[in-house]
Design a binder for this molecule. Structure first.
Ligand code: SAM
Length: 269
């Protein structure tokens, strides 16, 4: 997928974050309905995905598909790891992440790159964080192999993604990938089984899995209510994305789509 297409896909998200003071592009996680703001839900999803993964002052963290850098910054503030490398495909997002972090005392290192070819040495990373980005990768197997390569023995991969058991149905949605800009779904979904098989085939050990679909749907419901409270008429730059997210909420509740959080590790040598 070209960078231009991906940038066009994320332009409404950028407009949404600007209008609502958000720092993330993810769907968020609400432990219970209406328990907080959408911004709080986006942070909660980061903590939920990390689960009990050990991150500390000695850790090197790689955030793959970091968007405009919100989650990387939150991880830095909470755990103060030695280093966070935050990789993102779209140059516009890399630049935005960099600018948004300008005031920080310590900043993640924002770099442009492709998840399917990680620009890092073998055995160099303690924790890979990958939130709601893999749905876009045409070659997820290569991405998972790359994760194994760059992880240190005993290192963790925390991967949160939208999945489906109805791949044939959503292959139809894949036809929308031929359409321009915001009507291009830009997604290629895997099932939970696809992920579990790929982890095992790559020699990664599954530690924890959560089907977070309803918590994510509750978060989206809160986020959509925030948009409505501001007035959908003023939402020129992201009106269509509002409807896209409203459909996603319904599909998550119906079970046609799922939102899964995986924690796996590379066995210690
Ligand atoms: C839904 S956003 C999530 C961003 C961020 N993880 C967050 O939670 O705010 C998905 C991100 O993945 C990025 N992305 C898509 N394909 C990528 C690739 N091949 N390599 C790296 N990043 C990619 C997109 O540009 C987008 O910023």
């Amino acid at each position: 997928m070209s960078q231009r297409t991906m940038e066009a896909h994320y332009k409404p998200n950028w407009n949404l974050t600007q209008a609502h003071g958000l720092s993330g592009y993810n769907c968020g996680y609400a432990a219970s309905p209406k328990c907080g703001t959408f911004d709080e839900h986006q942070k909660a999803l980061v903590w939920q995905l990390l689960h009990d993964t050990p991150v500390g002052p000695g850790s090197t963290v790689l955030d793959v598909g970091c968007g405009i850098g919100g989650p990387s910054g939150w991880i830095m503030d909470r755990f103060n790891p030695a280093r966070i490398i935050s990789l993102e495909y779209c140059w516009s997002s890399v630049r935005a992440a960099h600018d948004r972090a300008a005031e920080r005392e310590r900043r993640p290192q924002f770099v442009q790159g492709d998840a399917q070819s990680l620009p890092l040495a073998d055995n160099s990373v303690d924790v890979i964080f990958n939130l709601e980005s893999a749905l876009h990768y045409p070659d997820k197997k290569t991405f998972i192999q790359e994760c194994r390569r760059v992880l240190k023995p005993g290192g963790y991969l925390c991967l949160g993604d939208i999945t489906t058991r109805y791949k044939r149905l959503f292959a139809l949605a894949g036809l929308m990938n031929r359409l321009p800009t915001q009507f291009n779904s830009n997604v290629r979904l895997w099932s939970v089984d696809d992920y579990e098989l790929a982890f095992a085939a790559t020699g990664l050990t599954a530690l924890h899995h959560e089907n977070a679909s309803w918590k994510v749907a509750d978060s989206l419901a809160d986020g959509l209510a925030e948009v409505r409270a501001r007035g959908l008429k003023s939402a020129g730059g992201y009106r269509a994305r509002y409807f896209y997210l409203a459909v996603l909420e319904k599909l998550l509740r119906s079970g046609k789509l799922q939102y899964d959080l995986f924690q796996v590790c590379k066995p210690a040598a």
